[in-house]
Design a protein around this ligand. Sequence first.
Ligand code: PGA
Length: 220
Amino acid sequence: MNDALPLVIANLKANKTWDEVSTWLENVGPGAAGFSGTVVFCPSFPYLVSSSQKIKDLNLKLELGAQDVSMFEQGAYTGEVAASQIADLCRYVIIGHSERRQNFRETEEILSKKVKNSKKAGLEPIFCIQGEETPIPEGVEIVAYEPIFAIGSGNADDPQNARKVAQTVKNNKNITVIYGGSVSAKNVNSFLKKDILDGVLVATNSLDPQDFIKILEATA
Ligand code: PGA
């Protein structure tokens, strides 16, 4: 990936209405202005268009990402959103989050198709793995290591272990590896120091703009 590191991703999951998303952008936008890395904002699908417009209008230093993508290309797939449609608005797309694997039974085969379609459309997949053993599809350049026990629990992984996983994934390959799971302003630096992990994926502590700005500030 070509964007500046660290990569800090805000995954809002299925939270917030447009008014709240709009307020988030107005607050985090100025907070992200002095940040030297890359901030990727991932709201729900309905808010990608208006978020993209607002980011342009206010000239914010934020990239946009989708939280998921269809395994199908454009066609007769009611309710789906194709990679080529997302690519009109976003640079990034999260693929293989454990919540999608668990709640929507997404298999490695499905996830590989999502990665393939996303790459073809020019999107940068952020591929989530739950551990070293999770297969990583061909072409993935950004991997998010997110151990399930750490997601939304307030119980982050041991940074040393997260770095070990990152090193195994990198294994001489040019892959950006970030960590996700109960990241906060208090612990973010313990993950980013030593330059092995390249960023963080934040959900719970991205919901409140002030908490998220504190995370950005703590990485400086
Ligand atoms: P959390 O979630 O920050 O709430 O732990 C991380 C994630 O699900 O990506």
